[in-house]
Design a protein around this ligand. Structure first.
Ligand SMILES: NC(=O)c1ccc[n+]([C@@H]2O[C@H](COP(=O)([O-])OP(=O)(O)OC[C@H]3O[C@@H](n4cnc5c(N)ncnc54)[C@H](O)[C@@H]3O)[C@@H](O)[C@H]2O)c1
Ligand SMILES: O=C(O)C(=O)C[C@@H](O)[C@H](O)[C@H](O)COP(=O)(O)O
Ligand SMILES: [Zn+2]
Length: 355
């Protein structure tokens, strides 16, 4: 199914147009507590469709992206009489678009859904490309399906209430897209004043460019048989760090894990594919100044490596798969590293990020 991708700050008008066209039998909004408070009231004021929708509210954060919350969403859909002719709107960050997309894809074997991302991370990454799912047994996105939203409305108008940490979290995925694209893209991103950007149009343009990098890859390989593994740059390491945080009950925003995972992957890229040292250092300096040092120590390496053995790119748990780079834009899929190499890369990463 082809997806409607709208880049527009007139979100209410876009929702009305989509709902008018779809004429759903029942409209549901899946969201979280923070988004319900910060975003929903003004959207409902401007959109009669949103105002009359049945709202399903979840706890916020990755810690809630689990089977229990999913089951609660399914129960609310049953109670609200959701049918295959209904439409679900996922209004929120990546947790809502991942879990709401999975709830929609599995409820009665599939209800159409649209994504309205309210974080930078969801706008630039999670809301597009069709990966949906939940965490399971401390493993990131362990259960899920590929299912595209019928429409995604990408806007910068929700970012005003977004905490700085969440803005930076999304920026890490933009940096990932830049690294997959070119030297010029990385230079531009390292210079962009993301924390003080008062030009929504300029930011929307940057989002468009970033999403285009993802869209090109997803169109070529929607179900990650090959090229799509590129979008997992930094994520073998990042998901292990997030798994560790889930184990210890500490909060770690996905993008913070990705930022540090990118540095660790660039270290491995340098070791294994000659990724330029100056570029590694410029990215590491940026990550250190914005995201700070990672929380793990050398005592956590065994746990991290054990978590990496569950990475979805692996063919077997003995061989840990990474997406690496020989240079920005020069992608090396299916690179592997031994536990010794990973340990060395983690040591260097901690040095670079100032542990
Ligand atoms: N499917 C994919 O391709 C994909 C890509 C990247 C990340 N992800 C997943 O996305 C999740 C991370 O997404 P995220 O960073 O958006 O986190 P999130 O959904 O947890 O949102 C971050 C926080 O911001 C709050 N929030 C959201 N919008 C707000 C707004 N406009 N104003 C104020 N607060 C707001 C949320 O309530 C939450 O507390 C992770 O689970 C990650 O695995 C999926
Ligand atoms: O869209 C993709 O493909 C990605 O890998 C994007 C990632 O940023 C995202 O975090 C994704 O959820 C990771 O997927 P997973 O399959 O490694 O769990
Ligand atoms: Zn990610």
């Amino acid at each position: 199914m082809s997806q409607i991708l709208v880049f527009n700050n007139e979100v209410a008008a876009a929702v009305e147009a989509i709902v008018d066209e779809a004429k759903p039998n029942g409209l549901f909004i899946i969201t979280d507590t923070n988004v319900r408070r910060e975003v929903l009231p003004s959207l409902a004021e401007q959109s009669p469709a949103v105002a009359r929708a049945c709202v399903i509210e979840c706890e916020p954060g990755d810690e809630a992206k689990n089977l229990r919350t999913l089951s609660e969403i399914w129960s609310r859909l049953v109670a609200g009489g959701c049918s295959r002719s209904s439409l679900i709107i996922n209004l929120g960050g990546g947790v809502v678009t991942d879990m709401g997309g999975f709830a929609a894809a599995t409820f009665k074997r599939g209800v159409k859904f649209i994504n309205i991302p309210t974080t930078l991370l969801a706008a630039v990454d999670a809301s597009v490309g069709g990966k949906t799912g939940i965490n399971f047994e401390g493993l990131k996105n362990e259960i899920g399906v590929f299912r595209e939203a019928v429409a995604v409305i990408i806007s910068t108008c929700f970012f005003g209430s977004l905490p700085r940490e969440e803005l930076l979290s999304g920026y890490a995925e933009m940096l990932k897209h830049g690294l997959l694209d070119s030297e010029e893209a990385v230079d531009m991103l390292l210079d962009f004043p993301i924390e003080n950007c008062d030009e929504p149009k300029e930011l929307l343009q940057l989002l468009k460019k970033s999403v285009a990098v993802k869209q090109r890859v997803v169109e070529a390989d929607p179900h990650e048989h090959g090229l799509r593994k590129a979008l997992n740059l930094g994520h073998t390491m990042a998901h292990a760090m997030e798994g560790l945080a889930l184990k210890t009950g500490s909060h770690l925003a996905h993008g913070y894990a990705v930022a540090r995972g990118l540095v660790a992957d660039l270290v491995l890229s340098h070791m294994k594919h000659g990724f330029p040292s100056e570029r590694l250092h410029s990215v590491a300096a940026f990550v250190k100044s914005r995201y700070g040092a990672p929380e793990f120590t050398c005592d956590d390496y065994d746990t991290l490596i054990q978590l990496m053995r569950h990475d979805k790119k692996n063919i077997d748990p003995e061989t840990i798969n990474f997406t690496l780079l020989a240079a920005p834009g020069d992608i090396r899929l299916d690179s592997t590293a031994t536990p010794q190499e990973i340990t060395a890369a983690l040591d260097i990463t901690r040095d670079l990020l100032g542990c």
